[in-house]
Design a protein around this ligand. Sequence first.
Ligand SMILES: Cc1cc2nc3c(=O)[nH]c(=O)nc-3n(C[C@H](O)[C@H](O)[C@H](O)COP(=O)(O)OP(=O)(O)OC[C@H]3O[C@@H](n4cnc5c(N)ncnc54)[C@H](O)[C@@H]3O)c2cc1C
Length: 391
Amino acid sequence: MTGTVAVPVGDGWRLWGTKWFTSATTAEVALTLARPQHAPPGLRGLSLFLVHRRTPDGRPNSIFVRRLKDKLGTRALPTAELELQGSFATAIGDPLDGAGVKRISTMLNITRIHNSLGASGALARGLSWARAYARVRKIGGASLQDLPAHRSTLVDLAVDYAAALELVLRCCELLGRVEAGAASASDVALLRGLTPVTKLATGRWAIAGVTEAMEAVGGVGYCEDSTIPALVRNTHVIPIWEGTTNVLALDLMRAAMRSDALDAIVRDARESMERAGSEPALMPARRAAERALDEIERRALHLHDDRERAEANARSLAMGVASTYACARLVAQGAWALKSGDGRTAATALRLAERGLVPPEAPTAIDLAMDDGAEVIEPTGEEAGPVDQSA
Ligand SMILES: Cc1cc2nc3c(=O)[nH]c(=O)nc-3n(C[C@H](O)[C@H](O)[C@H](O)COP(=O)(O)OP(=O)(O)OC[C@H]3O[C@@H](n4cnc5c(N)ncnc54)[C@H](O)[C@@H]3O)c2cc1C
């Protein structure tokens, strides 16, 4: 939540407050939430503002860099703590209608899809490195790429990449339709559900994938001159910014409880497979995806029963939706590609299905989260920043 206050001055607004994380430090403009003076507390009191680096008459806009964050990766991007000390801003829409969060969510959808493209790119780079190394490395006279255990590792990397790309390109297609005013109500619901699912799943796959790629390149992969350490460091932010895995899983859960978003995903997955017909080679994957869709529908029906249990299971539901939807789309494309003799997409769908699509529900022994007898680090209070971010 934001502690930034907006004060009306002349034909604009002045913003006061601390921005604890700002990646757009060098940008010419930024969008930010702030609470107009006397607006109610909570999310409904927030409005959206556009802030320029300079005022309309060309002077610096009273934005002070308190310090740059000392980050694990993404060092080419200066992320800063900023102080807005009466910075000139323009309100986007009616500043008093309480719709700031709704307005900024348009941008969040775009940045989440952008983030998922970054995740897919990280997987592609890791896979490319791992394949290149496997081609040239000889072990006991054999080429690494021919050793069954290593081949299996490379296959799983390739499957994660294909699944990530499948999800994010579908989001891009839907976003394109929405932006062109050509989206149906079903497209809008589908994009609403798929955006958090895609962002959270591609982030998890990317972290696991680049770590696997580093190991697949052996000791060379651990050395900076391979550039893989930088890839691993940079990828680690992907699940954190633009909404963490659990925050997005809860977002999907709420969307499923209040709207058609999850139904739209299940419907589209089933229709995609139906349109593709009953290609015999793909039937095991299709049947697995259909069973997984039944399981997703069963879990969705019980979301209202027990809120605590629903939240504890939100991540496994969201990860299951991601793998199942990707599998269904790969089944459809695999059938189409098989007609021209290309079996790679079909093989990807089969492997994804074999791995299991919907993870088991969360363990019931949830008390272990905070108390298993292990040492506890005392928090200093600094973690939450200058204001309680959750207040
Ligand atoms: C490099 C970098 C750049 C950034 N740039 C920007 C920027 O430009 N603009 C901007 O606004 N922000 C920016 N951020 C902030 C970023 O969006 C947040 O750090 C991120 O959303 C996580 O929020 P948090 O830090 O408050 O963590 P917390 O919310 O404290 O999360 C800690 C843990 O709690 C979990 N959690 C949180 N809420 C719940 C819940 N309700 N139920 C269950 N689990 C929960 C999370 O999943 C996470 O695992 C940046 C962050 C980084 C690291």
